[in-house]
Design a protein around this ligand. Structure first.
Ligand code: ZN
Ligand code: ZN
Length: 104
């Protein structure tokens, strides 16, 4: 029986320092943990905060969130959700009233 050779991935260049290295994992893109850390830190600080206006209270706020938040605080988000639920309830009641009157 032939001996199974240890599986080796092809050499590739580090995404950060561009040095050639032997990856140990298929999804590895940096030659070392240092390179990975540095590159990610750079990316983090590169994201310019975006100024947005809170959809609930209207005050401007800065966000770097990739999902583009719409509210300055989680409190505002909660308040807005509550307000919308109340609006739906109000409309449902109105609909009941109108249909009860037979004007619909
Ligand atoms: Zn590197
Ligand atoms: Zn707000």
């Amino acid at each position: 029986m032939p001996k199974t050779r240890p599986f080796r991935l092809p050499m590739q260049n580090c995404r950060k320092c561009n040095r050639r290295y032997q990856p140990k994992r298929v999804d590895q893109v940096y030659c070392s943990a240092e390179c990975r850390k540095e590159d990610q830190a750079e990316k983090f600080y590169k994201t310019e905060p975006e100024e947005k206006v809170c959809k609930h209270c209207g005050s401007p706020f800065l966000t770097t969130a990739p999902n583009k938040q719409d509210y300055c605080t989680s409190d505002c988000q909660r308040e807005e959700a509550r307000g919308r639920a109340a609006e739906v309830r109000r409309k449902a009641k109105e609909f009941d009233r109108i249909s009860a009157n037979g004007t619909l």
